[in-house]
Design a protein around this ligand. Structure first.
Ligand code: ACO
Length: 332
């Protein structure tokens, strides 16, 4: 196929949350914890949790529809639907269900699994397809329902996570607004954060067994993950800034994965970025994994705080371990 190089712009966003929420006093009825403990250590005060009737496909589709509306793009204009998630409704992937629900019948659709880095990895993946001229319009959705997979008796993890979805529309653009990125992985630290499959032998014949196990609830070594984030995230943002030929002083916004307010504060301090430029909404949503960055972006945009042309540094980090940063200017 003959392809033509193109600029990339991010032109619309949307988000969606489940109907029900649980604040810190509410979660104190589930495990032995308190609003004071959770808020001082993490900044989280509330989270939205999906009911058994709400699916990942439903909230991902709604976030996608809202992003399409803001971008003034129809589902039929889409060439690709990329769903960053670690909690699909179907282990074969949920992107095709979202594509079907949207009616995006010209779009190829697939899932991308990179935990809390999923949205940033997805941004870079989508940008490559546009950059090469292969596709013109891409819907990227970050969505996770970690409430399905946390251990609701483990106070060290269950208080941190919430469910949600966020989406952006990327489009080919004369002016290139996707300015730089850097991605990294370190599988040697994989055991710090897992949602692993536990095999269980099922004999088929006298000398052949297969594995018929299940996924086990999320486990996390909190202190290691904290140390990893505060060291690696500033580093990867610096790399992406270098590629963009920009300095941290030139950023209008710092948009990090919403894991912990203390991580946001430490990263901003290391990069010498003012608090007013740091986007934070984890108090209301908790850590929504691949959804957290587009959810926070969408909320800030809809408040009218981000202006066209504002330069945003975004960074995701989490299981893998994996981490990545991208620098872009908002709008066409
Ligand atoms: N309520 C009350 N007490 C608690 C709770 C809770 N919810 N959770 C743990 N504790 C207790 C522990 O039992 C322990 O008690 P002990 O001293 O009597 O044994 C004490 O508090 C300290 O526990 P730690 O786990 O050592 O607490 P820490 O100070 O490390 O804080 C935290 C935990 C907030 C999770 C911190 O390690 C952290 O923020 N890590 C980063 C985690 C993160 O950001 N994860 C997500 C990124 S990746 C992704 O998004 C998937």
């Amino acid at each position: 196929m003959q392809t033509v190089a193109s600029g990339v712009a991010i032109i619309g966003s949307g988000s969606a949350s489940p109907a029900a929420s649980l604040d810190n006093d509410g979660i104190s009825q589930v495990v032995d914890t308190s609003d004071e403990w959770i808020a001082t250590r993490t900044g989280i005060r509330n989270r939205y949790l999906a009911s058994p009737q709400e699916s990942l496909t439903d909230i991902a589709t709604l976030a996608g529809q809202r992003a399409l509306a803001m971008a003034n793009v129809t589902a039929l204009d889409l060439d690709m639907v990329l769903l960053a998630t670690s909690t699909p409704d179907d282990l074969f992937g949920s992107a095709c269900q979202v594509q079907g629900a949207l009616g995006a019948k010209h779009a190829v659709a697939f899932d991308l699994t990179a935990a809390c880095s999923g949205f940033v990895f997805g941004l870079v993946t989508a940008a490559q397809f546009i950059r090469t001229g292969t596709y013109r319009t891409v819907l990227l959705i970050g969505a996770d329902l970690l409430s399905r997979w946390v251990d609701w008796s483990d106070r060290g993890t269950c208080v941190l996570f919430g469910d949600g979805a966020g989406a952006v529309v990327l489009q080919a653009n004369d002016c290139d607004r996707f300015l730089g990125f850097a991605l990294q992985s370190d599988g040697s630290q994989n055991s710090c954060l897992n949602l692993g499959y536990q095999p269980k032998a099922q004999p088929l014949t006298a000398n052949l067994s297969v594995s018929q196990g299940t996924y086990q609830p999320l486990t996390m070594q909190g202190k290691e993950v904290y140390r990893f984030a505060v060291n690696r995230v500033p580093e990867i943002i610096e790399k992406a800034l270098f590629q963009a030929n920009l300095d941290a002083k030139q950023l209008d916004w710092l948009l990090l994965h919403q894991a912990n307010q203390r991580i946001l504060d430490a990263v901003a301090k290391r990069l010498r970025i003012d608090d007013q430029k740091v986007i934070s909404n984890m108090a209301s949503y908790g850590n929504t994994s691949a959804a957290s960055i587009p959810l926070a972006l969408d909320e800030t945009l809809r408040k009218g705080q981000i202006k066209s042309g504002d330069v945003i540094a975004t960074a995701g980090f989490g299981a893998g371990l994996s981490w990545g940063a991208a620098i872009f200017a908002w709008g066409p």
